[in-house]
Design a protein around this ligand. Sequence first.
Ligand SMILES: Cc1cc2nc3c(=O)[nH]c(=O)nc-3n(C[C@H](O)[C@H](O)[C@H](O)COP(=O)(O)O)c2cc1C
Length: 425
Amino acid sequence: MKKHTLLLFKNRRPGETVFIEEYRKQGGYTALFKALREMTPAEIRDTVKASGLRGRGGAGFPTGTKWSFFPSDQGGQKYLVCNGDEMEPGTYKDRVLIEADPHQLVEGMIIAAYAMQIPTGYIFIRYAYKNAFDCLQRALAEASEAGFLGKNILGSGFSFELHLHGSAGRYILGEETALLNGLEGKRANPRSKPPFPAVRGLFDKPTTVNNVETLANVPHIINGGADWFASLAYTEGGAGTKLFGLSGHLESTECHELPIGITLGDVVREYGKGVWQGRRFKACLPGGASTPYLTAEHMTVPLDFAPLEQVGSRLGTGGVTVFDDHTCMVEATLNLNRFFARESCGWCTPCRDGLPYVSWLLEKIEKGQGTMEDIDNLRHQVHNINGRSFCALAMGAMGPVESLLRLFEEEIVDHIRKGRCPLKS
Ligand SMILES: Cc1cc2nc3c(=O)[nH]c(=O)nc-3n(C[C@H](O)[C@H](O)[C@H](O)COP(=O)(O)O)c2cc1C
């Protein structure tokens, strides 16, 4: 196992949480002092842009670019929102990060708020994350007590209030504009974009939404510098590390911080300790339930944004779910699609009606009652839903279905020819 630098998990000890005393002993909050005392807001925005940090919430949007669109110089109310909803199946890295070392997120948010001159922030956290909620509540109290939150932080003249908000508990609340509606106490449907949140966000004010892991990287970038952060990746053009949450049919299913660009094969063999029970690798979702499958042919693909897009998938959230060769891929896809259909907020027709119909088709095939026309029909649904739904939930749902058709068509046909699931006796 090659040695690599840890940032987000450098203080992590299984089963324990690092609070302020130890965080500060390990260099915590030095980035905040540096940012507030030695850097202008524009210098921080430029450093984050130069670091190459891309959003860790799924879409991979360049963080510095997002911050550069923000009306930082405009006075008045503006908001910073941290997205900790994390309800995508197979994704649990934000929870692990918060439970291990919550002050990184708090420090990252204060620096981000200073960089965009934002006076108020919210951390929006998944309903089921009770322990992570408690860890953050304590971290916020400690940061306030130390004078890192509130008025005139470290005598800089900059003030920032940070609040914690528990989600009502639906997957759609992770979509940033639905999240803003949820925070306002409204029905959590997505909003149309434009206007983007940077222009009209929470309570109609300019708002930046970033993921937990994205914001937790900020203190490390300020301390180490943009070039150092970029150099941590194994890929040319990649930057930083990534939290990979392993799950599924592996011998070891834990969350690891690894350099961006590590290959899928290294993750499976070295960190997942191989496919369980001596079985063979059949497929994986490389970045959560909404990313297209990879197969054994993709073992040498670097887990980075561009290389994964080149092979038809996405880095997404970095939740790597592995399926062994005893898995029926039709059944696995049906299971995923049922989740997305259930979680549709019902706002737009392709998602509300399209996803249950896709589940119906997959179930029919899985039961051995499908026809060859059903395959064409599935393809048509993927084509029809992609790009036509109001937000990316339905498009994400089509990731596994599209790749099932592309990579496992023979297995679908086998169900139809045999009139049963070939993997069931
Ligand atoms: C259905 C759906 C669910 C999402 N869930 C999350 C989530 O739980 N956490 C998250 O950070 N981003 C989630 N996103 C992406 C957010 O809309 C947004 O892109 C992200 O929070 C931006 O942060 P980043 O740029 O730091 O990645 C979701 C998107 C969709 C369409």
